[in-house]
Design a protein around this ligand. Sequence first.
Ligand SMILES: *Cc1c(COP(=O)(O)O)cnc(C)c1O
Length: 381
Amino acid sequence: MEYIDLKKQYSVLKDKIDKNIEKILMDSHYIMGEEVALLEKRLAEYVGVKHCVTCANGTDALSIALMVMGIKEGDAVFVPSFTFFSTAEVVSLHGATPIFVDSSPRTFNIDPDKLESAILKAKKETNLNLKAIIPVDLFGLPADFKRIRNIANKYDLLIIEDGAQGFGGSLDGKKACSFGDIATTSFFPAKPLGCYGDGGAIFTDNDDYYDLICSIRIHGKGEFKYDNVRIGLNSRLDTLQAGILLPKLEAFEEYELDERNKFAHLYTEKLKHYVKTPFIDNGYVSSWAQYTLILDNEEERDFVQKRLKEKGIPTMVYYCKPLHKQTVYKDYDFNLSELTVSESLAKTVLSLPMHPYMNGEQINDISNAVIESIEAYKNEK
Ligand SMILES: *Cc1c(COP(=O)(O)O)cnc(C)c1O
């Protein structure tokens, strides 16, 4: 059994993907070929924003967003501590200060109450210029953007939505990657919409931001490529990856997102009386980048994971270390509040196989194995 079955997906989409790859090889426009612009148009339409600019990966997408907003040394950016490293890494990369905020134990996403208290504390206790918040749509579920937007307005902060895992999710019918002043996503192969290598995209409704994003993506270009008006990056999406993503986006829209939701629902129905299953509040749709359980304690989590492995069922722990516990941030001064929820989640989460090419029988087998493992653990106690 695969944790995410990309081979199965390719076998279903093979004709369309192969045709696009062959066409691009014949054209030989490997950089910024016509598929790139077409994909950007489709992505912007899907998400419902004015502009989409693709780039080399989801980390660069965040980096470009920070550069567009002019975030630099002396600035503070609020980030969840329970997320992938990139979310905070880019803040430090540009010399600014990430301030870690704890997550909600129900949604895994940044906790708006704790965000507001971290902002107040940072105002009082630091000399930093408070600039932005990077909420993450963790495991596919949009963050609480209604409350986060109010907080951002109240304290005059910008929002960068890290939608690397969120693409396809929605809140009150509005799609993920449309909630930030700038939003970003990743096409890393294992994400809800993945390519066959690295890739990413940036979304915005703001025309001035759009111009800056286009410039920064290609060496800070001005009128043309050899006119450089600012420091930028080399961060384009390969034409080949755009050609692979076009049919994948079609499948994602037509049935993959629905299939993910169908399987998540089946898992929850099977498991909800035995273990803490993911909580999706009214109005929210997840794209199920991960289907993540919360066990009672670390010992039980590790026991269940080991037992599932013995039964041939792959699982993952996202994330086993909150960011403020990472070696690089170990002696760091700006953890202004308790981060106990993210510390506890790191010890108790377990993600099950999730992709759109599963079947009901597999969900049943995995769920039964989870239930059996939990019972075996309880019996041993
Ligand atoms: C994957 C991921 C990224 C980075 O994307 P890459 O394309 O791997 O650079 C950033 N943030 C989150 C939350 C992610 O899951």
